[in-house]
Design a protein around this ligand. Sequence first.
Ligand code: ADP
Ligand code: MG
Length: 681
Amino acid sequence: HNDANGAGQPKKHRINGAGPSTPQGSKAKAIAEQRQQLPIAKGRDALIEEIRKNDVTILLGETGSGKTTQVPQYILESGLAKNGMIAVTQPRKVAATSLAARVATEQNVPLGSLVGYAVRFDEKSSPETRIKYLTDGMIVRELMSDPLLSNYSVVIVDEAHERTLRTDLLIANLKKIQKARNNPSDPKGKGKAGLTNPLKIVIMSATLDAEKFSRFYHNAKILYVKGRQHPVKIYHCAESQLDYTDAAMRTFFQIHTDQPPGDVLIFLPGQEDIESLQKSIDLYAKQLPADKLEVLTCTMFAAQEHSQNNKAFLPTPPKTRKCILATNIAETSITIPGIKYVIDTGKCKEKQYLARVSGGGFDTLLTRDITKSSAMQRAGRAGREGKGVCFRLYTEDAFNGMALSAEPEILRCSLTASILNLKTLGQNLEELDLMDKPDSDSIASALKTLWLLGALDNHQKLTPDGRQMALFPLEPQYACAVVASKGYGCTSEVLDIVSVLSASSKLFIDISEQRDAVAEARRKFRHSYGDHLTVLNAVRAYREIAASENKHARREWCRKHFLNERTFLEARDIREQLVVTCNRVGIDATVSAKEDEDSIIKSIGHGLAGNSAFLQPDGSYKQTMGQTIVKVHPGSSLCDKKVPAIIYDELMYTNQIYARGVSSIPKSFFLSLSAFKQRKA
Ligand code: ADP
Ligand code: MG
């Protein structure tokens, strides 16, 4: 076949190019057919016409109808994005990377060429890239270097109904940017920036709350894609369940023994539940009589790597029932074909800012009840290809008592990182035209934290240090520690520590059945100063092993020491990115303090000054910035040792308030901090 490609878009049209006789060709043909059959395909021309006519389009459609994968391709193929890239934003990293991979396959191009992605600490794109999937956090970050998003001619805000903090900030900024770019008389628009490409905005959402978006964008037009939804029979429990993983397991095996073939999707709140339930199901399935269908379990959650998540999409082998255990990532972002049964635990994990804690609140991840709209989405996953069944592990009364939809994150999360980002854009959160405005308490608390970190001065103006902190793709606390490490000459060690703390899964694995073995293994890395230097010891030990041993020996070493190798590998990538940022802002990342542990802990202490507590005469720890008594988490290396002052990574609320990631720090350190001096004054 000759290259029949038009100019400008290399290696693209091969879907039709390769002959059907080759295996690759037939695969491409199958994919093309699959695309044709998606519900959205029929509306393609009308959709393109609307996007062409309007600055803002709001598109609603059922999960699985083809919005996320098809709309960007339609826009590309119709030539609507001639003067820039098409951005597709996602609240979750896994969704961004796996959808990009899927669309690259559909276009029959390698990932990172025509179709790419950008998520925190990981990017696959090139100058050829025309469709870019990114997290909402990444595009908000891009505003810092490109305030008008001039590289993009279309921005598709996907999963807008989730109302994450970053999506809300993006939606507000897009309104501003569009005004500037599409209105030539605006001083910040064409004239000044010299931009000739207007901006199109497409808002996509799975649920029926589009009016609010429409109103926000001057009554933008709302379009609907009808999905292919078959009836789903819903069963509720007669009584509430105490242990939802156990109930999920019993329900799964009931389906497996009583119901016709068809795959099962179980919704669980988080990774730990998923992994423990998978173990139980696998163990139990081995004991089934041989005449039954085999059970194949797959898992899907944010911290899991792409190739592992993608296993859920592979066709189910014959004589097998696939059982997918997933977080709410499978609720709308990712659609898995073949599901006939859904088991809904009714739980999810949600970030919640506990602002009511005196002396400044904190973010914590709580397992909580889902909303009605989530419950309906979850049930809907069973009816994509035929009639389905959903088993809710909660009562009908519980369902009726659920909130209709989740509260926007901006009303319930810490605003520290966002306010720092906005400050670099010269924006104040209070003044931004937002869909929902956060309350003044949480703004005040974030401003106070940033002031403590030295990112803002007494007049709430960004300091030079603050500007540097904002450039690091880190929580402001850790960015502050890296910036502080320059003065202490220990940047290399601080990078080792914060890159592990910024990875998506924990380094130390706790297995309750093997508590003694775990404690024994951990003792090897234990540092008397506490958890931060314990992490450093583990990183150093792994680095030594990695230098001399092969992959299998490394993995075995990690297993033996109850360390998560995935975290080490992710941390290594994160560290590389942080080194790039260090170079940019003039911090020498190679400077090492070697054994000078005081310097290392003080650098971390600058970041965590607000997360500190002093020992009281009665043996408890009281926050320095508030009145709350915190307990050292039992998993900490400092849990059975009293020291005069501690810093900690986070507070966790269960039945008590626990500090996690705890280190001892000299009390005198706090006297040297100007913020503390000013507070005392
Ligand atoms: P929507 O955004 O409307 O929920 P998507 O565009 O995400 O829909 O998905 C459309 C269809 O593409 C899904 O029904 C699913 O079957 C298919 N699909 C998406 N990702 C993959 C993948 N990685 N492998 C196989 N099929 C996929
Ligand atoms: Mg989608």
